[in-house]
Design a protein around this ligand. Structure first.
Ligand code: AMP
Length: 111
């Protein structure tokens, strides 16, 4: 079955713009379009997984990888306090069915 392409697929594939603040071969980090804190970033894996609810033993490294990228990014930017959130499924508030980690902080991201 063909994978349903979400708005985050299109951001990942540069079909629609986003305020990208970091990218490497594994992850894309961009600003949330409706920020709920002075810093509100979304981290998506380049490898598509729909949700934490769909993680399998083969993809179980991905949530941990996102957390490590968030930790490294925050440290490099001097963000020393933040919240990390996964919304899981519609009942958990997940609107976009492409796994993503929210990084929220009261500290403003410089630059
Ligand atoms: P969730 O509720 O966990 O699925 O979060 C989806 C998040 O994506 C929300 O906080 C939205 O504000 C954000 N969002 C939706 N479309 C875009 C977009 N085009 N660029 C950046 N953030 C977006």
């Amino acid at each position: 079955m063909a994978e349903e392409r979400t708005i985050f697929h299109k951001i990942r594939d540069k079909e629609i713009p986003a305020a990208v603040v970091y990218e490497d071969e594994d992850v894309l980090v961009f600003k949330d379009i409706h920020p709920k804190a002075p810093t509100h970033l979304l981290l998506i894996p380049k490898h598509f997984v729909a949700s934490i609810a769909d993680v399998t033993p083969e993809t179980a490294h991905i949530p941990g990888m996102l957390i490590l990228k968030a930790q490294k990014f925050a440290k490099e930017k001097g963000i020393d306090g933040y919240k990390l959130t996964f919304h899981v499924g519609k009942g958990g508030g997940q609107e976009v069915m492409y796994l993503h980690l929210h990084l929220l902080s009261d500290m403003k991201l410089e630059g």
